[in-house]
Design a protein around this ligand. Structure first.
Ligand code: NAP
Length: 304
């Protein structure tokens, strides 16, 4: 595959780092190179690189508390980045555009689970990431509208929650990185308890970022232009995932304490991957237990 004309935004992020292993010669962009919320930066980037394939990973991404505290930032920054990226990809003749959504943009509740691609607009996204959810949904609307009006074959992939070696820890981290960081700190400080947000009951599909990178690579390599969900079929509760992690790491003496004054977020948002399995029959995502073993070492070394 000729990767010299593939431009990847969000190249410094977790998924960008996974994609670098599969597409080492692509062009990787971070916010230090171009601020994609600024249209003149986006124009300059396209003038410089003239890509024929764009993978748009960049987004303002954050944890539940940050989403609740800064709804306007999450809405406006994502709307701007996505609008300019699709618009200027089209104006510059980009052949394949892969936008990345998220399963948290699906309706807060639906009548039957797992949710299918066509359920996206059946109801509003959950209140805890309402702005982010709507901004990301607009990317789907924009891409579908462009395809309809101008005959492009742009697409979007909708991944479930992700984790990986390059996940952020500390303030604004996602669940798995935050969990592993808490376990690692407790282990090093010989503590026998960790505290987790909420009741522990919400269900989540969690996938390693390398698996999303593999799907993106396959879409480019096999010239697949469809839009579809990308997830694992493991739909586990927060409590189950925490317990599995402690078991896998042989640290079951550490007890879980749930802070029910903190928000749970959406109760469930599991999506169907029937379409993905039909398109990519070799899709074999890493089981959660194996992923935890791989990621824990990297995350725990951050505190050495
Ligand atoms: P991430 O680690 O938070 O990385 C975000 C990337 O976006 C970074 O490269 C960042 O650059 C870039 N970025 C942010 N604001 C920018 C701006 N104004 N201009 C240019 N670049 C900007 O994200 P990720 O976890 O890899 O997520 C990749 C994609 O998957 C996102 O679209 C996200 O919505 C989606 N997704 C993520 C998850 C998840 O659980 N992480 C789940 C479902 C979907 P800097 O490093 O320079 O700031």
């Amino acid at each position: 595959m000729n990767t010299s004309k593939i431009l990847i935004t969000g190249g410094s992020g977790m998924v960008g780092q996974s994609l670098k292993k599969l597409l080492p010669d692509a062009i990787y962009i971070s916010s230090k190179d171009y601020d994609l919320t600024n249209e003149s930066d986006v124009i300059s980037m396209f003038e410089k690189y003239k890509p024929n394939i764009v993978v748009h990973l960049a987004a303002k991404v954050g944890g539940i508390i940050d989403n609740i505290e800064k709804p306007y930032e999450y809405f406006v920054e994502n709307i701007r980045m996505n609008t300019y990226m699709v618009e200027h990809s089209y104006k510059n003749g980009v052949e394949q555009f892969i936008g990345i959504l998220s399963t948290c943009i699906y309706p807060d509740t639906v009548e039957s689970y797992p949710m299918k691609e066509e359920d996206l607009h059946l109801g509003p996204p959950t209140m805890t990431n309402f702005s982010y959810g709507y901004a990301k949904r607009c990317l789907a609307v924009q891409i579908d509208a462009l395809n309809k009006e101008y005959g492009t074959k742009y697409q979007y992939l909708t991944p479930c929650n992700l984790y990986g070696e390059h996940d952020k820890t500390g303030h604004n981290s996602h669940f798995v990185a935050a969990l592993l960081e808490k376990i690692s700190i407790a282990d090093k400080n010989k503590k026998d308890e960790i505290q987790l947000f909420g009741t522990g009951t919400p269900l989540r599909q969690f996938m390693h970022s390398d698996d999303l990178a593999w799907v993106i690579h396959e879409c480019i390599d096999k010239k697949i232009y469809e839009s579809f969900n990308v997830a694992t079929e493991e739909n586990l509760s927060i409590k189950q995932m925490a317990e599995m992690s402690l078991e896998t790491l042989n640290l079951t003496h550490i007890k879980l304490n749930f802070d029910i004054t903190k928000p749970d977020g959406q109760y469930r948002k599991d999506v169907s991957i029937d379409k993905l399995k039909h398109l990519l029959t070799d899709f074999k995502p890493l089981p959660f237990k194996e992923g935890i073993k791989r990621v824990y070492d990297k995350i725990s070394k951050r505190h050495d």
